[in-house]
Design a protein around this ligand. Structure first.
Ligand SMILES: Cc1ncc(COP(=O)(O)O)c(C=O)c1O
Length: 387
């Protein structure tokens, strides 16, 4: 059976091969520690689970959901954005729930891109910023995020022809995979760029609730003019430990949201309304659990950063996300290093090149592993990392 041309345009998925090797090792009885995927290891907060149980017991949630979303969820998101980010949103026209940030980002490509168009995508970046445009028949144009620029893209360096073709721009801060927080002035620059070139800015806010050392991540929508040119995708997956629930929302420019919604009504049938109500409960609730998660990740971050620095691997401690972005030792590519530590240390790390060419030379450690296992994994890595 021949897969579609569309699918064949996707680059090989490096992690698929790594996953096969992990499965082989596990079935051979090797005790593999995975620092690969960013999936919180602690359960969803109890009050959210209770909210779900209560909502699921109500037959009123059992039918096809509305793709516009329950008013209770849209209202809860609007109130949350007001409280947390100082952003005023109209719950009726400027918010629609999504089946996770992944679905939302992917469908934005189908909603806004045609063949010949381009998506300006952070590199390294979440793979859907590049795979999505390819599946939509368009092209990703990479915006390198380099350490010397604080992992901000250089918008002035975007070629005139790419500015012309660019229809959407993907930004994400706090950033996966680098852990960077938004460099000063970048959101303002993005608004000006979008106005000049008629580009929709899509800010992926998947990690705004996971920050450290007192840093509070802003919303892109708090930038003057942002709502005229952009949307933000907010997900409960990471900050609220709800990856399995598929609960997110798109917020901001009403026209863009209407277009996304029009596409979505042809693609899926919305988010289970009991999950919508539980999501609303999460956003209305106290932030005790969110803050506790930040404390846990900050402790794990320090544990890993200290251990790496003790052997001469310099990584500035990130102020957000659940990742450490570290350089691979000299003589290695990202892929060869990931393979080496899997083979020799039975530790899984994500090769930086998986996130784009500018990720080459780095590997990513996810902090979603209990402290003891993380400590053990770092011990195992030391011998391979020491210069
Ligand atoms: C930057 C970024 N965006 C989106 C997602 C997917 O989030 P969700 O679970 O809401 O689909 C992830 C998951 O790792 C991510 O890192």
């Amino acid at each position: 059976m021949k897969p579609s041309e569309r699918l064949s345009r996707l680059p090989p998925y490096l992690f698929a091969e790594l996953e096969r090797k992990i499965a082989d090792k596990k079935s051979a009885g090797v005790d593999v520690i995975s620092l690969g995927i960013g999936d919180p290891d602690t359960p969803s907060p109890g009050f959210i689970v209770s909210g779900l149980c209560q909502a699921a017991a109500d037959p009123g949630t059992h039918q096809y959901p509305s793709n516009r979303g329950r008013p209770a969820l849209r209202e809860a998101v609007a109130r949350f954005y007001e409280r947390r980010f100082g952003v005023a949103l109209d719950a009726a026209t400027e918010i629609v729930p999504a089946l996770g940030a992944k679905e939302c980002v992917f469908n934005l490509n189908l909603a806004f891109l045609d063949p010949g168009d381009a998506a300006l995508a952070a590199d390294p970046g979440y793979p859907v910023y590049t795979g999505g445009p390819l599946l939509a028949g368009a092209e990703p144009v990479l915006m390198p995020l380099l350490p010397e620029r604080g992992f901000a893209p250089d918008l002035d360096a975007i070629q005139p022809s790419d500015r012309e073709r660019g229809r959407v721009m993907y930004l994400n801060y706090p950033n996966n995979p680098t852990g960077a927080v938004v460099p000063e002035g970048l959101f303002e620059e993005a608004v000006a760029f979008a106005r000049e070139h008629d580009v929709l800015v899509v800010h992926d806010a998947s990690y705004t609730e996971t920050t450290f050392d007192g840093y509070v991540a802003p919303s892109f929508l708090a930038t003057p003019g942002a709502k005229e040119v952009g949307v933000e995708v907010f997900s409960l997956s990471k900050g609220y430990n709800m990856t399995g629930w598929r609960c997110a929302a798109i917020l901001g420019n009403a026209e863009a949201i209407k277009t996304y919604w029009r596409l979505k009504t042809n693609v899926d049938s919305g988010l289970f309304e009991a999950v919508q109500l539980a999501g609303a409960a999460a956003l209305r609730g106290a932030r005790k659990e969110v803050e506790e998660m930040c404390r846990i990740y900050q402790r794990r971050r320090d544990l890993v950063v200290d251990a790496l620095e003790a052997i001469g691997v310099e990584v500035g401690p990130p102020k957000g996300t659940i990742y450490i972005w570290a350089p691979v030792p000299a003589g290695h590519t990202s892929a060869s290093f990931a393979e080496l530590v899997l083979e020799e240390a039975a530790v899984v790390v994500s090769p930086g090149s998986m996130y784009g060419p500018s990720g080459e030379g780095f590997f990513r450690i996810s902090l979603t592993t209990p402290d003891e296992l993380l400590t053990e994994a770092v011990q195992r890595l030391k011998v391979h990392l020491a210069p």
